[in-house]
Write a protein that binds this ligand. Structure first.
Ligand SMILES: C[S@@+](CC[C@H](N)C(=O)[O-])C[C@H]1O[C@@H](n2cnc3c(N)ncnc32)[C@H](O)[C@@H]1O
Length: 232
C-alpha cells in the first residue's frame, strides 16, 4: 500500500511540474507577438514548443524538418523570422485540410516564406513497424534528398490509438542519412509506451550515435554535437 501511495504522489508531483512548465512556456510564447493561435489538444505542449523555439534561438537550428504540422510550425517559423538570418522548415503533413489551415495561419502572420508544407498521404513504408502506415515514402525521400536537417521534430502521424504506438518509428531511419553533424531529433509524446518503444528501437539501429534524454516537456531529445540546454 505504501508503494502505491508513493507512486501516486510522485505522479501527482510530475503532473504539477508539467503544468508549471507549460504555464511559464505559454507566457513566454505569448511574448512572440503572434495573434491568437488555435491550439488544439493534438498539439505539442507549450513547454515543448518553447523548447523548439529555444533550439532555433539558442542553438541556431536553421534547417528544420517536421512530421506533423501545427502550432509547433507557427512558433518555429516565428523564431526563424526573429533570428533574421535565414532558415527554413519543411513539414510533412498527411491531412491536406489541416495543412491548409496551418498554411492560412502562417500567411496571416506573414511567415509563409519560412515554411514548406508538403502534403504526404499515409501509405506503405519499408521502415514501418506493426503493419502501420507512414507518410508517402517516395514524397518524403525526394524532399529529404535536398536537405541536411539540424532539427527534426517528430509529432506525426497520429499515434494515440491502441495499436498505433510505433506509427512514428520510420522518421529516424528516413532522416538518418541526411542529418547534419550537429543535430537534434525531438520525438514528442515520450510519456506514451509506444514512443518509449520507438526510442529503444532507434537506439538499436546500426551506427546510432545520438545521446538521448527525456525532457520534462514530454519529448525525447536525441542529439549529436555540442549544444546549450534549451528547455525552460
Ligand atoms: C500531434 S498533431 C501535430 C501537431 C503539430 N506538431 C503541433 O504541435 O500542433 C499530429 C497530426 O494530427 C492532425 N491534427 C492536428 N490538429 C488537428 C485537429 N485539430 N483536428 C484534426 N487533426 C488534427 C494533423 O494531421 C497533425 O499532423
Amino acid at each position: 500500500v505504501a508503494f502505491i501511495v508513493i507512486d501516486k504522489l510522485a505522479r501527482l508531483r510530475n503532473r504539477f511540474r508539467a503544468w508549471n512548465y507549460d504555464t511559464r512556456a505559454a507566457v513566454e510564447l505569448s511574448r512572440l507577438g503572434l495573434r491568437y493561435v488555435p491550439w488544439p489538444a493534438y498539439s505539442m505542449r507549450p513547454a515543448a514548443v518553447a523548447a523548439m523555439v529555444n533550439e532555433v534561438l539558442i542553438n541556431a537550428r536553421r534547417d528544420i524538418v517536421e512530421f506533423g504540422c501545427g502550432v509547433s510550425t507557427l512558433y518555429m517559423a516565428k523564431a526563424l523570422s526573429m533570428a533574421g538570418d535565414g532558415g527554413h522548415i519543411v513539414t510533412f503533413e498527411d491531412n491536406a485540410d489541416w495543412g491548409a489551415i496551418v498554411e492560412g495561419q502562417l500567411r496571416a502572420e506573414g511567415l509563409e516564406s519560412f515554411v514548406t508544407i508538403v502534403h504526404a498521404p499515409l501509405g506503405a513504408c519499408r521502415h514501418a513497424k506493426d503493419g502501420l502506415q507512414w507518410y508517402d515514402e517516395a514524397i518524403v525521400a525526394a524532399k529529404l534528398a535536398d536537405l541536411r536537417p539540424d532539427l527534426v521534430v517528430v509529432d506525426g502521424p497520429q499515434a494515440g490509438s491502441p495499436g498505433f504506438g510505433m506509427a512514428r518509428y520510420p522518421a529516424l531511419p528516413m532522416v538518418w542519412p541526411r542529418l547534419a553533424p550537429k543535430c537534434l531529433v525531438a520525438l514528442d509524446d515520450i510519456v506514451r509506451p509506444g514512443e518509449k518503444r520507438i526510442v529503444e528501437a532507434w537506439k538499436a539501429l546500426p551506427g546510432f550515435d545520438l545521446d538521448v534524454i527525456e525532457s520534462h516537456a514530454g519529448y525525447a531529445q536525441c542529439w549529436r554535437g555540442e549544444r546549450f540546454a534549451a528547455d525552460l
